[in-house]
Design a protein around this ligand. Sequence first.
Ligand SMILES: Cc1cc2nc3c(=O)[nH]c(=O)nc-3n(C[C@H](O)[C@H](O)[C@H](O)COP(=O)(O)OP(=O)(O)OC[C@H]3O[C@@H](n4cnc5c(N)ncnc54)[C@H](O)[C@@H]3O)c2cc1C
Length: 357
Amino acid sequence: MSSHDVVIVGAAPAGSLAALVLARAGHRVALLDRAAFPRTKVCGNCVNPVAWDIWQQLGLTESYEALPHHEVTGFTVNCEGRFVFEQTFHSRRRAPRAIAREVLDDWLCREAQAAGAEFFPETTVTGVDPNRGTVQTSRGEFTGKLIFGADGRNSLVARQSGLMPPPRRCHRVAWQTSIPAPADLDNQVHMHLFEEGYFGYCRYSPTHAVISMVLDSRRTQDPFLLARRIFPRFMEQDWLRMNPITRAPARNGTGRVWLIGDAARVVEPFTGEGISFALSTGHLAAQAAIKALARSDIASAFKSYDRSHRRLYRRKVWVNAFVRWGLTTPSYTVRILRVMERAPAIVSFLSHRVHAT
Ligand SMILES: Cc1cc2nc3c(=O)[nH]c(=O)nc-3n(C[C@H](O)[C@H](O)[C@H](O)COP(=O)(O)OP(=O)(O)OC[C@H]3O[C@@H](n4cnc5c(N)ncnc54)[C@H](O)[C@@H]3O)c2cc1C
């Protein structure tokens, strides 16, 4: 049995950031992940500029700037192959960046280890007891004064702690693949909307581009068919798959278990905010946990985390919720696009809100 102050399940942005902050404060942190790092995952690879503030607060800006990346200058929206509108991002200085997830997640996990967190890769969590603070894994049992569930949208920690809402069928499925970037691919994210779903396409390195797609499985289960409509010479290749796309938020914690990142709440991928929410909630939870451990008062520190979590989403998530509503209500999608096409000020305002800290 291995004993720590905080056991964190999931070493992606939420878990690694929390591990880094807690380890820097002198706490014993176990960071567990079922994957061997570096590893890729389903994502559009775009990091929202909100992250710049977090890197700055933690002295990570220089290290982040050195990662291989591609600067994103704006986005286009296309419907059934027809260009509808484009938007250039406001700030060039703190622009969003496209970075491969195998690079971003591996980097942050290494920063957490450099701060003193113990990383246990290829360690699958199979059980959690929120009252005793124990975690069963493929490597044996871990105990913590606190356990953070940072294990993503299908969080086992949330399910086993009774925090996940009852499952509702989600017919939308995510797909992702990486392709050699054509020489004429610019610095924008290209969003393509179809009856069956949508995909985003952007360069994330000098040589490669990512296609991340959301499909309604009742209409089609084949991402290749949709990619082919826009890229007629697109070749058959491997795709990563993931679902659900969205689900009701979980409760943020119970007993010794707190949830962060996608484990707590999932947003619509279209606006590219999931990573920054994961980082922000990992940061908030770690700050509250430092107080909890100093005062041996988990209950009131949890209340403070829970409040700040709700405040963060209340302030930020409404654009994302509006976009999801527009995308999943086909009778409105075309009408909303028409309004956006004629009123670029609305697009500019919404895009600014998504990137505001
Ligand atoms: C199609 C699509 C496109 C997207 N594009 C973007 C984008 O461009 N920009 C953006 O900001 N967001 C995007 N997102 C959202 C983003 O990917 C997530 O919000 C983000 O990865 C959440 O980070 P996290 O740290 O909460 O968890 P995750 O990144 O989901 O990581 C969870 C970790 O937990 C580990 N884990 C899971 N279960 C266990 C277990 N039982 N035991 C041990 N370890 C476990 C996993 O191996 C993984 O490393 C997209 C999502 C989708 C579906």
